[in-house]
Write a protein that binds this ligand. Structure first.
Ligand code: ING
Length: 311
């Protein structure tokens, strides 16, 4: 019996450094209303969907750094989005920079939430694979996420929402098989993953020219090998002089890309995901209980990454 979840990937074009939260939230609401015309159940927004990708700059002033973060969610700027979603009866996924106080200590995370159709936050995830550098490199573009975000402290949880087992990943997380497998072992049926993926930062040619391919490869492999749907959503375009890929996409448990944006601007693509296709793959080729044999995989040595593997 098919169980459907109609999803929208709500891609964002560039967000200017001086663009207010209110102006961005209006764009998010416009995208949600467009998705509502298609009768969707859930709208998926990008990573850091409320601001420009500020980790491209080295910012030293603590107050200025904090100005890119949300201290509470929802807050005055985002409440209109929560209200509109509730009015439309639509759930959503939102990525943003989070300040969390734990035992009197301030922590900064790259965070995403799932909000149900009643406007309630029913799940949170904090990015675990933080790419880039702590310090400025001698190159035209920077990627200083390690300077601004701590490693997420929530693992890769899955949540029951929209009558589905939902998980989240954020950007670089999608490149690591552990991300997908940890959720796969929990029976995930659909993964929401926002990203801000720059090109032309002065990395090697390989990285730049193959970045769109590696983006698709990460989603298609993760979905197929864990029998799950995924909605990958970009902040795209030339943002403050730096190019970021689009390619927001919806990927089936078969690994097929069933929908993809073809602009680098605000754009909505929609697909009616038959969740029973996830069950089909979990019952057959990726029946972990029947075919997966971790006890036979041999000694797994967790490398610190400090030394290259022998040979
Ligand atoms: N961005 C990038 C990503 O993982 C990156 C970092 C870019 C890695 C290009 C490799 C190549 O998509 C974020 N925000 O993680």
């Amino acid at each position: 019996m098919s169980r459907n979840l109609k999803v929208a990937a709500a891609q964002l074009g560039p967000i200017a450094r001086n663009e207010s939260r209110q102006a961005v939230v209006k764009r998010l609401i416009d995208l949600m209303r467009e998705a509502a015309d298609w009768g969707v159940d859930v709208v998926v927004y990008p990573e850091l969907a409320l601001t420009t990708f500020f980790p491209r700059w080295a910012i030293e002033d603590e107050d200025e750094i904090d100005s890119w973060f949300e201290i509470e969610m929802p807050n005055a700027a985002t409440q209109p989005l929560f209200d509109e979603a509730k009015r439309l009866g639509i759930g959503f996924h939102l990525g943003y920079a989070e300040i969390a106080w734990q035992d009197g200590v301030k922590h900064r995370f790259n965070t995403a939430i799932i909000v149900d159709k009643a406007g309630e936050i029913i799940g949170k995830f904090r990015k675990i694979h933080i790419p880039g550098h702590h310090e400025v490199l001698d190159r035209p573009g920077q990627h200083l996420e390690k300077k601004y975000f701590e490693v997420g402290d929530m693992g890769f949880p899955v949540y029951r929402a929209f009558d589905a087992v939902c998980g989240m990943a954020i950007c670089n997380d999608r490149r690591w098989p552990e991300t997908w497998r940890v959720m796969g072992l929990q029976g995930v049926e659909i993964v929401f993953c926002g990203y801000n993926t720059p090109v032309g930062l002065g990395d090697t040619y390989d990285l730049d020219a193959l970045t769109p391919f590696h983006n698709q490869l990460s989603f298609q492999a993760g979905c197929y090998q864990n029998a799950t749907w995924a909605v990958g959503v970009a902040k795209a375009g030339c943002e403050e002089g730096f190019n970021m890929i689009g390619q927001s996409m919806i990927v089936a448990p078969s690994g097929e890309v069933v929908a993809m944006c073809n602009t680098i601007e605000d754009e909505v693509v929609v697909h009616n995901c038959d969740l029973s296709r996830s069950a089909d793959y979990k019952r057959d080729i990726f029946n972990f209980a029947c075919h997966r044999r971790p006890e036979h995989y041999g000694l797994i040595v967790e490398r610190t990454g400090a030394e290259p593997p022998e040979g």
